[in-house]
Design a protein. Sequence first.
Length: 265
Amino acid sequence: MRMCSIASGSSGNCIYVGSDDTHLLVDAGISKKRIEAGLEKLEIKGDELDGILVTHEHSDHIQGLGVFSRKYGVPIYATPGTIEGIKSSSSLGKLPDGILHPITVDEKFMLGDITVDPFAISHDANEPSGYRMECGGKAAAVATDLGIYNDYIVKKLENLDAVLLEANHDVHMLEVGGYPYHLKRRILGDRGHLSNELSGRLLCDILHDNLKHIVLGHLSKENNYAKLAYETVKLEVTLGDNPYKGEELNMQVANRDSVSEILMF
């Protein structure tokens, strides 16, 4: 399998996960041009994609969906609530008929040779989901926009080979920053985003010897920066109740505006 962040951050998200024969995107929150440029680095054309998995209907996850789907006709998979949100978005324009396919959290389905396992997440959207994908005994997951995490989320993220995990904000930067009070409460709330510290604690719960690739993603442009997220998560692992040390991890921070390293596993 391969995983690559084409873009990840509060301004736009698009993640590639695929096998030799099946190619998927998780979200299309950047322009068609940028998606195409990212796919080109993976040596994939837009019409070779087997599906786009949408986590939720916020613009940083769907803003490129309309233009891209009208050009390439790639099937779009999302929960019924997310599909309603997509249909209600005035900025996307009309999507091709029959392109939206409803899925149900905790009900696995096949796209090519990849098993997709959607799981519910806590975020202030209609019916948001994360995705676990498995093929040939390997597994990867994309888990962002998590207001909270619990035993259910940990279970969905067990025994992965690669994970893209949210590390959205530094709590102190957010609290002293210029965001209005209601927005700070939203981000810090149970339907908001994971802080660097909580990202590290969640990582402690899912670490195992075969988790070879860890990517921190969906960083806030205003309330975080890459080195701070990286060092904070590393420290949480080192101090956590687990046999691992932060400096031992193969961990990177996804680039906000450019394609990150292509991970093979």
